[in-house]
Design a protein around this ligand. Structure first.
Ligand code: ADP
Ligand code: MG
Length: 701
């Protein structure tokens, strides 16, 4: 356990961070590395050799025997392959070695990672390349080196490469714009991300007894417990001591890895919790989120918990998401989404705000796709998470600012009002000009946007790749309209262009309750897309508009776009296929076993009782038996249908058609089957079931 007084020194103790580099690297080498990180310049081999030697020394001092390139293939997970530092010598001994070449480049066999047709299996070579802007760290006795992953032909096979490309694209466009607006000293613009991570904790012994959780991450059957989340007593509730011990351990592990874990609390659903870090530069934040998810699972194991990161592990209670807080900040320290004291006069703010509004409206289907997955589609639109319709909440103050933009009038900033709580002993403070809105998928929250649609289990890279690129595009469009002007003319032109952009995109602005049916109707009237599931979004991904966008900014080549199309569809279909098989097995074996055993006991009891008492007895037992029999008969029919339809799906070959079939038919079959299975399960006493019920899992900690 880290003592509180040692925290400042223990934070990042397993990270080869800037402080260590400054202390240990020769000055000129340190400078060269920094230049690479800041300007993206090429790293010379002698510099790499020196950094590698220093890294190795530091890693060995900290207990590492191995190193690994750490990358994020398109599985959405992370990948690693460890090599020890040892190198045999002639005298039968070893020395510890690590060269600059090993640091900057790796050659993992790429053939078993998804490539979506980018690489034939015989062209197995893949390369990993060091990302010096994300620091190396030590975990489980290995030095981890964050890397990008590409094919022999140079196509990105991972999530980091396009993310870095998108950050650069946005930076390039934003710098041009800032300079046009008179901020000559801006050389780079950084994307910043803070991703709040939701998760469930359940007893590990329960977890192990459920095939659905083990194989698919979510429960596929399960009658609801008598209590759900209706008492609203879990959100921000007192953290139970066992959970608190877990959270404490988790924080410490994350801090040692240099991950700035900041906030922890109970979430809305029983057994659901959240962790939020302090925001960081996008690629580091994404790396850190991947690590956070991994450490969450590892620490859970030590505490005899299973940490569930699936977006919808339990029906009937909230699922888990990953709010993506996003902003852009210049290297001179200006947060471009900070409205400041007088937002109406803050030209950079208005220009970037409008670019975000235009980007989200224009590219809504692709943004929707960036968060689509078999898991997350269960959560979106479930009246507990944002709907699948993308809209933007700007809040009262900005709504007024935008009204002024539209009317071509000056906006007068209203001072903050004083909060009055009616008791003089309470502190006096000023009130925010805008209340919160919890139902918006894309909400302005003071000095950043919070994209609330990403699912809890996936990398946030995709969402940010799309967001960065779309905003880069809109900034570029505004720049093109403004670049011919200067001085007062520019000022006037900015007003005109902002108004024009607002008029074109204001349909995406919505400050009301996004969970209502009225909004669904209203959104349809406004022409906003409502894409319910991944297969619905896919055609947009390969549309001309999308290919244009991503190729123009150098984020994806056409081939890279198509490879992701194949992978997403395949992954979607495979996930539902596994769910279908798992559900069939659980019902056929586990539920049926409990059901038959209970029916047998009930029937025996009824026969025996009837032989002793008169014919009218056993009303309750007979009632239960009849209900069970009815549900099981329906269950049998629904099970056959799911079996048949899944077989049909297995024979299908066209990717989009198959995925759509899984969505419209197989998932619907599963819902139908679940209805009867849950009806039956609700009648069966726990002791007859080989797996734990919702009540046990959600309320036992
Ligand atoms: P809220 O209560 O509105 O959710 P918080 O202050 O708790 O806001 O922040 C939530 C997350 O947003 C945190 O991870 C925080 O670090 C992050 N965040 C704050 N400012 C920024 C920013 N400029 N860019 C990106 N993320 C930010
Ligand atoms: Mg938040």
């Amino acid at each position: 356990m880290i003592e509180a007084s040692k925290l400042t020194t223990e934070f990042g103790s397993l990270v080869f961070n800037d402080k260590i580099m400054k202390e240990r690297l020769p000055k000129d080498i340190y400078k060269a590395v920094h230049k690479t990180i800041e300007k993206g310049t090429h790293l010379e081999l002698d510099v790499a050799n020196c950094v590698a030697a220093t890294m190795k020394e530091w890693a060995i001092e900290n207990g590492a025997t191995h190193f690994t390139h750490w990358f994020q293939p398109m599985t959405g997970l992370t990948a690693e392959k460890h090599d020890s530092f040892i190198s045999p010598t002639e005298d039968g001994k070893i020395i510890m070695e690590f060269s600059g070449k090993e640091l900057v480049k790796g050659e993992p066999d790429a053939s078993s990672f998804p490539s979506g047709g980018l690489r034939a299996t015989f062209e197995a070579r893949g390369y990993t390349a060091w990302d010096p802007s994300s620091p190396a760290f030590i975990k489980d006795g290995s030095l981890y080196i964050p890397t990008a992953f590409c094919s022999y032909g140079g196509e990105a096979l991972d999530k980091k490469t396009p993310l870095l490309r998108s950050m650069e694209a946005l930076s390039n466009e934003a710098v041009k714009m800032m300079r046009l607006l008179g901020y000559e000293d801006v050389n780079r613009v950084n994307t910043t991300i803070g991703s709040e991570q939701e998760y469930f904790l359940i007893d590990k012994d329960f977890y192990k007894k459920r095939k659905d959780l083990l194989l698919t991450g979510r429960t596929l059957i399960g009658a609801p417990a008598s209590k759900g989340q209706e008492m609203e007593d879990h959100y921000f509730g007192v953290i139970k001591p066992k959970v608190s011990a877990y959270m404490h351990d988790l924080d410490e592990e994350l801090w040692k890895l240099g991950i700035p874990a900041k906030t922890k609390h109970n979430e809305v659903a029983p057994s659901q919790h959240e962790l939020a870090p302090v925001f960081e530069t996008a690629n580091i934040a994404v790396d850190h989120n991947q690590l956070t998810m991994e450490v969450m699972k590892k620490v859970a194991d030590k505490h005899n918990y299973a940490c569930l990161l699936h977006e919808k592990p339990f029906e009937g209670v909230n699922g888990s998401g990953k709010h993506n807080n996003w902003s852009i900040c210049t290297d001179t320290g200006i947060n471009l989404l900070d409205p400041g004291k007088n937002p109406g006069e803050n030209i950079p703010f208005l220009v970037f705000l409008m670019s975000v509004i235009a980007a989200v409206d224009e590219y809504a289907p692709i943004l929707r796709l960036s968060v689509a997955s078999a898991g997350n589609d269960h959560r979106l639109g479930g009246n507990e998470a944002p709907p699948a319709i993308i809209s933007i909440f700007v809040g009262d103050e900005l709504a007024e600012v935008l009204k002024a933009v539209e009317a071509g009038e000056a906006y007068k900033a209203v001072g903050k009002s004083q909060m009055t709580m009616g008791a003089t002993v309470l502190p006096h403070f000023t009130k925010d000009n805008t209340d919160r809105n919890r139902t918006s998928p894309f909400a302005f929250t003071g000095n950043k946007f919070e994209f609330r649609m990403p699912g809890s289990s996936v990398s946030v890279a995709n969402a940010n790749i799309v967001l960065n690129t779309a905003v880069a595009e809109e900034v570029a469009k505004l720049y093109a309209k403004l670049s011919a002007y200067s001085g007062n003319e520019l000022k006037e032109k900015v007003k005109e262009v902002l108004k024009e952009t607002l008029l074109a995109h204001k349909r995406v602005l919505f400050n009301g309750n996004g969970y209502t049916d009225e909004w669904v109707e209203e959104a349809a009237k406004r022409g906003l897309p409502n894409l319910k599931a991944l297969p619905d979004c896919m055609p947009y991904w390969i549309s001309d508009e999308s290919i244009d966008l991503f190729t123009r900014h150098g984020i994806f080549t056409k081939e890279e776009i198509y490879s992701r199309y194949e992978i997403l569809l395949e992954n979607y279909s495979k996930s539902i296929h596994i769910e279908s098989l798992t559900m069939q097995e659980m019902i056929r074996k586990d539920l049926t076993e409990g059901l038959v055993a209970y029916e047998k006991d009930l029937s025996k009891e009824i026969v025996q009782k009837k032989s002793l008492l008169d014919g009218d007895c056993c009303a309750l037992e007979l009632g239960v038996l009849k209900s069970l029999d009815k549900s099981s008969a329906e269950m049998g029919k629904a099970l056959s249908k799911l079996f048949e339809d899944t077989k049909k799906a297995e024979g299908m070959t066209e990717a989009l058609e198959t995925a759509s079939y899984y969505e419209s038919t197989v998932l619907a079959d599963m819902d139908e089957l679940r209805k009867y299975a849950d009806e039956a399960e609700a009648l069966i006493p726990e002791k007859y079931l080989s797996y734990p019920t919702y009540g046990e899992m959600l309320f036992s900690l």
